[in-house]
Design a protein around this ligand. Structure first.
Ligand code: ATP
Ligand code: MG
Length: 357
């Protein structure tokens, strides 16, 4: 490219990066909102302890991993530190009754769901203009660990990682491709796509692979396995921040442009599995192929259009809800975003508005 074009590209990415930071900052939860959520967590914990005295109620998902937007829902997990405990289904039913009696929440216990949960919500009020939505599950230790893994990734390079993830969350919601129940991808899935891109696609990488780094001291199997899954990862972030300096100096705008291009054009949707633990894998090697036709394989085929390996539950495809149509829509959106950014509108803010239309 001639020097003139190079300059105009440079100007565009600098101003787009600035716009991205501004845009994302406005969408962060306020300190007030965080405080209200913490109060709610404490209140619920106190109530649950009247049923199970040895229990703790912990936050996971976006409220705990640093990728939270204003008014995002709360994911809570109840851990019970005693050997004799009620079944999750019984706990859900009892807790549902208790919360119905003792609080102003709308309560919906789902004791027979694949993962039994109690769903809670509060209507908007003057002190809480957007209300609150919250799910309480039980003993979901893997979710706590994957939340901690995402949080560690966010902390290594907070500016670039958080800006990208938060922007993509808003973008995917506004473009209506963030509904696993309607055949598109969960927020968790999008976050894994970003981390996969920053660890395995970018060269030099923006992030190290925390699950493959050598441990500082010997570790025993008991310390690292949860329910048969290896959940070890390098989590000494202070040390990492001192030692890991990525030589990738791209701006957040350059990374975002590249992200859209990669998932619009280059990712091998038909045969590939995105694994933040192990890089690009083959569907075949995981038994996740989608080219089997008819009969009993039909289901497998529908479940494995898009494959994203869970970092710990490696036999679990995080994107199994994505249907053929859903994937078509998602890829169409990656292409649209890529196209908009490639035209480099005069003002970056216009590009952002157009992206999230
Ligand atoms: P949002 O702000 O949109 O609620 P989030 O970061 O809380 O986003 P969710 O998709 O709500 O993301 O997921 C919350 C947590 O639930 C994740 O951190 C993960 O632990 C767990 N989770 C969600 N979806 C899946 C999935 N498909 N497979 C495994 N775990 C999941
Ligand atoms: Mg959530």
């Amino acid at each position: 490219p001639g020097p003139e074009r190079k300059n105009s590209r440079q100007r565009f990415v600098v101003s787009l990066s600035a716009c991205l930071f501004d845009f994302v900052i406005q969408l962060l939860p306020t300190a007030d909102e965080m405080a209200v959520k913490e109060d709610v967590r404490k209140l619920l914990e106190r109530l649950i302890r009247t049923i199970e005295p040895d229990s703790r109620l912990l936050s996971f998902g976006s409220t705990a991993n640093g990728f939270s937007l204003r008014n995002s829902d709360m994911d809570l997990c109840c851990l019970i530190d005693s050997d004799e405990r009620l079944s999750a289904a019984d706990l859900v039913t009892m807790l549902g009754d208790l919360l119905e009696r003792e609080t102003k929440f709308h309560v919906k216990p789902l004791p027979h769901a694949r993962i039994p949960i109690v769903k809670l919500s509060l209507d908007p009020s003057p002190g809480l203009p957007l209300g609150i939505a919250c799910d309480i599950g039980f003993e979901n230790r893997l979710a706590l660990e994957n939340t901690r893994l995402l949080m560690c990734y966010a902390m290594i390079d907070p500016t670039r990682v958080r800006t990208m993830v938060l922007f993509l969350k808003v973008w995917s919601k506004r473009r209506k491709i963030n509904s696993p129940y309607q055949g598109t991808l969960s927020s968790y899935g999008y976050v894994l796509l970003v981390i996969y891109f920053l660890v395995h696609v970018k060269n030099p990488p923006v992030l190290p692979n925390l699950q493959q780094m050598p441990p500082l001291r010997p570790i025993s199997k008991e310390d690292t396995h949860v329910g048969g899954h290896n959940t070890w990862f390098f989590d000494d972030i202070e040390l990492l921040r001192q030692r890991w300096g990525s030589s990738n100096m791209e701006t957040v705008a350059e990374l975002l442009i590249d992200f859209f291009r990669y998932y619009a054009r280059d990712f091998s949707y038909n045969t590939g599995v995105a694994s933040i633990r192990a890089g690009l894998l083959k569907k075949e090697s995981k038994g996740w192929q989608n080219d089997l036709t008819g009969g009993r394989y039909h289901d497998a085929r529908e479940r494995n259009r898009l494959c994203i390996e869970d970092p710990f539950e490696t036999d679990f495809n995080v994107a199994r809800c994505v249907t053929k149509d859903g994937l078509y829509t998602i890829r169409g959106e990656f292409m649209r975003a890529s196209r908009i950014l490639a035209t480099r509108p005069e003002r970056a803010i216009v590009a952002l508005a157009q992206l999230c239309e």
